[in-house]
Ligand binder design. Structure first.
Ligand code: AHM
Ligand code: MG
Length: 339
C-alpha cells in the first residue's frame, strides 16, 4: 500500500524547508541538491558492482582493458566533481584524501563539506550495505587561504548532515536541525521520495552493536557495560540482542529506525585506536547531529558530547557511543565508573 506522504520528493522537501527561512539564499538547498545527484550516481554504480568490474582493488584492468576505479575512489570523485564548480562550497574534506580539497578558483561558496564517500568499504565485495556520510558547516572565511581551518568546526555548528545508505533500497536521511527525514530512492524514475518523515529513535532498545572480537583490548568499563547488557533481567528488558554489521551507516540506520546502541570505544589493539577508530568530522559528528535531532545521544567513552568536540585535525579519530538515549545514558554511567 502506498504510504500517505508518498509523492513528496526530496527537492520539494528541501524547498519547503528553505521557505521557513525567508533570509535563506538557496545556497544550502543548492548544495544538498548537488549532493543528491552525486548520491544517485554512486547508488547506480554500487548496484552495478560486480558487473562493472568495480569489485576489488583499484589499479586492476577490466575486460575491456580499461583501468578499473575502485568504488570508493569512484564515490569520492563523483562528489568532488559535483562540488568543484557548484558555487556553494568553499572547501572539502574527504576520508579518501589527506589534505583539504579546494574547489575551482572563483567558485568558492559559503559552506564547507566533509564527507566519507563510501563508508564500510570493506563490505563492498560481500554485498553488505555501505553508505556515504556528509557534514556541512558555514565557512568561516569564504575563499580565504586558511580554508582547512574552516573545516575544523565542532559538530554543534553543523547546518546540515546526513547519509545515503546503499542497502536493500537506497535511502537518504538528513537533518538541517529541524528533525530527521528519510527518503527512499525509486530507481525507476531516479527520484528520492519522503518515506520516513520526522524520524525518532526509540528511547530504549534491545540491541547493542559493537565488535566483540575486540573485547580482549577493551577497557574494563566497556567490558562491564556489555556484560550488563547481556545479563538476564526481565524488568530492565535484558538481555539485549547483538547486531553488528561492521558498516557504520548500516548499524546506525538500524538503530535509528528500531532503536539500539552502537559502541566503538578506545581500545589497546593499536596505538591509532587509543583515540578510537571512527573519524570525528565525517563519521561521528554528522551521525551525532542526526541522533540528537531524532531524540538520541552521542558521546565519547570519557563522557564528552560528540557534538561539542572542537576538531584539531581533518582525520581525527574519536571513541563513539551513539544511539537510543536511555541506552547511551546507561553506557555513560559505566564509563564514568558509576555502575
Ligand atoms: P572505513 O571508513 O575504513 O570503512 O572504516 C569504518 C568502518 C565503519 O563503517 C564500521 O563501523 C567500522 O569501520 C567497523 O570496524 P571493525 O571492522 O573494526 O569492527
Ligand atoms: Mg569511513
Amino acid at each position: 500500500m502506498i504510504k500517505e506522504p508518498y509523492g513528496i520528493t526530496v527537492s520539494r522537501d528541501i524547498q519547503d524547508r528553505q521557505r521557513l527561512h525567508p533570509e535563506a539564499t538557496g545556497d544550502l538547498s543548492g548544495l544538498l541538491s548537488e549532493l543528491i545527484v552525486a548520491a544517485k550516481t554512486i547508488s547506480a554504480e554500487v548496484n552495478m558492482a560486480g558487473l562493472g568490474d568495480f569489485l576489488g582493488m583499484a589499479g586492476k584492468t577490466n575486460i575491456q582493458g580499461e583501468k578499473v576505479q575502485k568504488l570508493d575512489d569512484f564515490a569520492n570523485s563523483a562528489i568532488k566533481r559535483r562540488m568543484a564548480r557548484c558555487g556553494y562550497v568553499s572547501v572539502m574534506a574527504s576520508e579518501e584524501e589527506a589534505d583539504a580539497i579546494p574547489v575551482v578558483e572563483g567558485y568558492e561558496g559559503k559552506y564547507t563539506l566533509a564527507f566519507d564517500p563510501l563508508d564500510g568499504s570493506s563490505n563492498i565485495d560481500v554485498n553488505v550495505s555501505i553508505g556515504t556520510i556528509f557534514s556541512i558547516h558555514r565557512a568561516l572565511n569564504s575563499g580565504s587561504v586558511d580554508s582547512e581551518n574552516d573545516l575544523l568546526q565542532a559538530g554543534r555548528k553543523q547546518v546540515a548532515a546526513g547519509y545515503i545508505i546503499y542497502g536493500s533500497s537506497t535511502m537518504l536521511v538528513y537533518t538541517t536541525g529541524e528533525g530527521v527525514h528519510g527518503f527512499t530512492l525509486d530507481p525507476t524514475v531516479g527520484e528520492f521520495y519522503l518515506s520516513h518523515p520526522d524520524l525518532k529513535m526509540p528511547e530504549r532498545s534491545k540491541y547493542f552493536s559493537t565488535n566483540e572480537g575486540n573485547s580482549i583490548y577493551w577497557k574494563e568499563e566497556m567490558a562491564r557495560c556489555i556484560e550488563y547488557l547481556k545479563k538476564f533481567d526481565k524488568a530492565t528488558g535484558r538481555p539485549y540482542s547483538a547486531r553488528y554489521i561492521g558498516s557504520l551507516v548500516a548499524d546506525f540506520h538500524r538503530n535509528l529506525i528500531v532503536g539500539g546502541i552502537f559502541l566503538y570505544p578506545t581500545d589497546t589493539k593499536s596505538p591509532a585506536k587509543a583515540a578510537g577508530k571512527l573519524r570525528l568530522l565525517y563519521e561521528a559528528a554528522p551521525l551525532a547531529f542526526i541522533a540528537e535531532q531524532a531524540g538520541g545521544r552521542a558521546i565519547t567513552d570519557d563522557g564528552r558530547a560528540i557534538m561539542d568536540i572542537a576538531p584539531d585535525s581533518l582525520h581525527q579519530r574519536v571513541p563513539l557511543i551513539i544511539g537510543s538515549k536511555g541506552d547511551v545514558d546507561i553506557a555513560e554511567e559505566f564509563f564514568a565508573g558509576k555502575r
